[in-house]
Design a protein. Structure first.
Length: 67
């Protein structure tokens, strides 16, 4: 058994722009957002979570998404 999961999050245009400008998000997350194909509903990215430290990144993304 592994302690990991995959999160898929869709960020709208405004949230994508804010996330890419956020200094607290890791560069690999920003690159995933940039590389994601834009659709009407936003940009979808998948993040493999396997370390507790990554949860803060998820909290930050969710805060950006819902602000």
């Amino acid at each position: 058994m592994t302690d990991r999961f995959r999160l898929r999050i869709v960020l709208g245009k405004k949230a994508s722009t804010c996330a890419q400008a956020d200094n607290e998000l890791p560069d690999e997350i920003k690159e995933a957002i940039r590389a994601a194909t834009p659709y009407a509903e936003g940009r979808s990215i998948d993040i493999d979570i396997d370390r507790r430290e990554q949860l803060e990144t998820i909290r930050r993304l969710l805060k950006i998404k819902y602000e």
